[in-house]
Ligand binder design. Structure first.
Ligand SMILES: [Cu+2]
Length: 325
């Protein structure tokens, strides 16, 4: 137990100091998949996804990708292929769950690209032509945090069946240059769709994210007084056929996502009222207040109250993972 606490402390200290992370679980058409990697170095947690079903490409560091032209922009570091590809229905929902997210100043987006053949042998996604299925402007990560550090989007219903990567990305604009936090998961899309989004919806990531773009080069604080002018980089979101299925709001989105009181929650382009966010049940207030207090949780009582205030953490099964470490 002591050892587990030490790992927890190490993780929390890393989280509080380095303050990073990424997607740690996906729920696809109601089926939950944990991912294999959380954290790095001494604080790295190795989970064992159920049945070996790890659909996410590994990211071995908590930190951001800092160069928009880097190959790591596609699927983080190392972002190498995994064996498993998860089934997902076109028109179905995919919920991504992050660790408690410490950066509340920046946009987010979700992209997809076809795996040419098997995703398990697709090793150069940074040269691929990606299309975007969701974006949320300057306050995107604020909404994500309010939604229990989760985001639910709908796979375009008319998408042609086949193997795809789905790429979730959060951007931190607190202190430019922008910090990018991308993670990829391997999906086998099923359904009766026939559409491959056209070139107007496509871009390489390097072409979409020019570091000279004001949207990436200027800080959140600079933007927040003109948030409605914020334009997410890259091509327009592919929303699927006439139904516009790319941005469905899940049933649990009961007014949670759009009530961000923070500055910068203006409705700009790409900041549509239907953010696709679902409000998670977990609360991170305990953890976040612990983080905001600035002090590392040095005592076990402080630690337990930190976790006691965070049903999210236990809900995520991190304690289970820790006890297996
Ligand atoms: Cu960070």
């Amino acid at each position: 137990m002591f050892q587990s606490l030490a790992v927890v402390l190490s993780l929390l200290t890393t989280s509080m100091v380095a303050a990073h992370g990424g997607v740690i679980a996906y729920t696809i058409d109601g089926h939950r998949y944990d991912t294999a990697t959380v954290g790095s170095g001494a604080s790295r947690l190795k989970a064992t996804p159920r049945g070996g079903q790890n659909l996410q490409r590994p990211w071995t560091g908590l930190g951001p990708v800092r160069s928009a032209s880097s190959p790591e922009m596609a699927c983080n570091t190392p972002g190498s292929p995994v064996k498993f590809t998860a089934p997902a229905k076109a028109g179905g929902q995919i919920k991504a769950q992050w660790n408690p997210w410490p950066h509340n100043g920046g946009p987010l987006s979700v992209w997809m690209t076809e795996c040419p053949g098997d995703c398990a042998s697709f090793s150069n996604p940074h040269t691929a032509q990606w299309f975007k299925i969701h974006e949320d402007g300057l306050a995107g990560t604020q909404k994500l945090i309010k939604a229990g550090n989760s985001l639910t989007v709908t796979i375009p219903a008319d998408l042609k069946p086949g193997n795809y990567l789905i790429r979730h990305e959060l951007i931190n604009l607190a202190l430019p240059p922008a910090e990018f936090y991308p993670e990829c998961a391997q999906l086998q899309i099923t359904g009766s769709g026939s559409v491959s989004p056209g070139s107007q919806s496509r871009s390489t990531l390097a072409a979409a994210y020019k570091s000279s773009l004001p949207e990436l080069a200027q800080s959140y604080d600079t933007w927040k007084s003109k948030a409605n002018q914020y334009r997410f980089p890259g091509p327009a979101v592919y929303r699927g056929g006439a139904g516009g299925a790319g941005d469905a709001v899940s049933a649990s989105d009961a007014g949670g996502a759009s009530d961000a009181g923070g500055a910068g929650d203006a409705g700009g382009a790409g900041d549509a009222p239907s953010t696709g966010s679902s409000v998670g049940s977990g609360s991170v207030s305990g953890l976040m207040s612990g983080m905001n207090n600035g002090g590392a949780a040095t005592g076990s009582s402080g630690l337990s109250s930190l976790f006691g205030g965070s049903s999210l953490f236990s809900g995520l099964g991190l304690f289970n993972r820790l006890s297996q470490t």
